[in-house]
Design a protein around this ligand. Structure first.
Ligand code: PLP
Length: 652
């Protein structure tokens, strides 16, 4: 506290002198915070009276425990040391060390532990507290008045601790022994003496950076402030010879990255097809990293495998797909397409008696892959990975839907193994290929039918879109993303195959060291291309558990409603043309000539209030909107329309 000058004892009189005298009686000296805060003696005295009133109404042991926990939550070394000192006689030195290190395992009663958890949370994140927190105290046996007292004691600690922190008042020397001081301050300095060792401090920092980022997202510019080239200059440095403190590394990473981050989680981000992240899914994703389970084998990581099984079942039920389908969790839509097409490749070759595993593709019967003119490029990529070459393209209509008559014609011209790849959700129009008719035609020729539903497959969850997806359940495999419409953090795709043996036949590798039970449900690794992988199904489980069926349907419906509202609002602006039938979450816009569309688009992007991405569709340059974020609301829609209006005006 170099800024504020507090008067010395000799220079004070009246109420200030009485406050000083009180400290001398109590501590033997005037505490640093008393000297500073008593610059407003009436307010400080009123605060002290509040503490006296709260403490006086409670059992002392309870008051001190609450205070220690609240001080821990708020990160106040001052209050931890001061109340460590006051608690010494209540608990004895050894138990106090244990309480200071970890009150959960310090031999306190369950009610006391519950009370300290509550108080710590008041200090750390009171804004996140709900009835459930009070409910836990009630379940632990506290009466309503006691719950209020605990809340008041913890909240009053916030008041004093925060004032002390805000004014950077130095900690007074403490008479407590070193070990006890370290234990009391450890929670403040990153708690490195805890069993979690070096994790706590960097994780605390990461938590803080994460919340700062998330808090900024609703109001910040959507666009990054700096380009990749500019960030590269900031980051550019030789690999250091010596390592650095983990906490400092986290801080540096946050500082380096922040200016170059796109606010993809913003309600006004409509670029490409990128979802935001639901709170439960994000929190679960953190746990996935902390638990660091290699989610490949049931035997090794039973929890993640069991949760994967249930999550897969939920998805299949929600989307109305065949019961018992295999569900694997991939890095994204591209790899989910790869899984479905890989299962199809093997199945259609098996059907003509070609042993793909033994003989490979060289010399195999040629597989014809038929896909609509407007399939997503990731289908071509997956086919390339699979050695199947480019698909034979089938004409699409003005919304990008495969034309069933053209598909039938194409099917009539092919001999041998066939895979048909359909699309649920066109990138530009949101349109869906006519499923029932196309699937029936393909199956009549013995084809494997794969559906790329990276964002659109979720439409199958909502009765509102029943007509768009009718018949989709008749396909053989489906690919979707959880990181798009479902709003699960990157990276997370879902590959669904109707016949589990078809996908297990492709990915079910058995070696001497993999522990596997043929009679048990498939191991997670048997449904995806990787062996070792993170347990990416857990955030999906958390997303679905937090939304429930109705919440998932509401999410899908809301995205589409917002797309509709954006299209309506924008089409009312002069010179704006909505090029597609807005049937789902996508809107494609033209602002006149290609040149003008590009110029207006550049202005929209430079403005930064909103992000949409440019593209080229049906021979025209366009600005494309994909509504994929759960947070998008009416205000975002309004602000986005206004941002485009500004760009149009500037271009007029
Ligand atoms: C229709 C469609 N299929 C596939 C993909 C690829 O998905 P991912 O980027 O998750 O690999 C996308 C991405 O936008 C898509 O829109």
């Amino acid at each position: 506290m170099a800024i504020i000058t507090a008067p010395s004892q000799a220079d004070v009189s009246g109420l200030t002198a009485r406050l000083y005298a009180h400290d001398i009686d109590d501590l033997g000296f005037v505490a640093g915070h008393t000297r500073v805060l008593a610059l407003d003696p009436e307010a400080y005295a009123a605060g002290e009276a509040l503490f006296d009133a709260i403490a006086g109404s409670m059992d002392t042991r309870r008051y001190e425990l609450v205070t220690l926990a609240a001080a821990l939550g708020v990160g106040s070394g001052h209050c931890r040391l001061a109340h460590g000192r006051k608690s010494l006689d209540l608990f004895g030195r050894d138990q106090l060390v244990r309480i200071a290190r970890d009150y959960e395992t310090a031999g306190l009663s369950p009610a006391e532990v519950e009370m300290m958890r509550f108080a710590e949370k008041v200090g750390r994140s009171a804004a996140t507290m709900t009835d459930a927190d009070s409910e836990r105290l009630r379940d632990a046996g506290f009466a309503d008045r006691e719950i209020v007292q605990i809340a008041l004691a913890a909240a009053a600690r916030n008041y004093l601790s925060r004032a002390i922190q805000a004014l950077a008042i130095p900690v007074d020397p403490s008479p407590l022994d070193d070990e006890l001081q370290r234990a009391l301050l450890a929670g403040i300095d990153g708690r490195d003496d805890q069993p979690s060792g070096g994790y706590r401090a960097p994780l605390d920092r990461a938590h803080r950076h994460a919340l700062a980022w998330l808090d900024s997202v609703p109001t910040r510019r959507v666009a990054p402030a700096r380009t990749a080239d500019e960030i590269a200059v900031d980051v550019d440095a030789p690999l250091p010879d010596e390592g650095a403190d983990a906490t400092a590394v986290v801080d540096r990473l946050a500082a380096l990255a922040e200016p170059g981050l796109m606010a993809i989680g913003s309600g006004r981000f409509f670029g490409w097809v990128m979802g935001g992240t639901l709170p439960a899914a994000l929190a679960a994703d953190w746990l996935v990293s902390a638990w660091d389970q290699n989610g490949a084998m049931r035997f090794a990581t039973p929890a993640t495998a069991a949760i994967e099984q249930v999550t897969g079942r939920w998805i299949v039920e929600l989307l109305g797909l065949p019961e018992g389908s295999a569900v694997g969790f991939t890095t994204g839509g591209t790899t989910a397409n790869f899984v479905g097409l890989a299962a199809g490749r093997k199945a259609v070759l098996d059907a003509v008696g070609w042993d793909l595993d033994a003989l490979g593709l060289s010399g195999s019967p040629r597989i014809t892959v038929l896909a609509g003119d407007e399939r997503h490029a990731s289908v071509d990529l997956a086919l390339r990975y699979l050695g199947l070459g480019a698909p034979v393209t089938v004409a699409a209509d003005d919304q990008g839907r495969i034309r069933p008559d053209a598909l039938k014609e194409a099917l009539d011209t092919v001999d041998g193994p066939v895979i048909v790849c359909l699309q649920a959700g066109n990138l530009h129009s949101g349109a869906f290929d006519p499923m029932a008719e196309s699937i029936a035609a393909a199956h009549a020729k013995g084809a494997w039918v794969h559906v790329d539903g990276a964002f659109g497959l979720w439409a199958a969850a909502s009765p509102r879109f029943a007509d768009l997806v009718r018949g989709i359940e008749g396909a053989d495999s489906w690919a979707t993303d959880a990181h798009k419409t479902l709003n699960v953090p990157y990276d997370c795709g879902v590959a669904i195959v109707a016949r589990p043996e078809a996908v297990r036949g492709v990915f079910g590798l058995h070696t001497s060291y993999i522990i596997h039970d043929d009679q048990a449900p498939a191991d997670p690794y048997e449904k995806v291309p990787e062996m070792s992988r993170r347990a990416r199904e857990l955030p999906v489980w958390a997303a679905l558990a937090s939304l429930g069926r109705s919440g998932t349907v509401a999410l899908v419906d809301r995205l589409a409603e917002n797309a509709r509202a954006l299209a309506d609002g924008l089409s009312r602006l002069p010179g704006v043309e909505v090029l597609n039938d807005v049937v789902f979450t996508q809107v494609s816009l033209s602002f006149g000539s290609d040149d003008r569309t590009r110029r207006v688009s550049e202005r929209v992007m430079a403005d930064g209030e909103v992000w949409m991405s440019g593209s080229h569709w049906r021979g025209r340059d366009i600005l494309r909107i994909s509504v994929s974020n759960w947070t998008t609301g009416a205000d975002d829609v309004e602000r986005s329309v206004a941002a485009v209006a500004r760009a149009l005006e500037a271009e007029a």
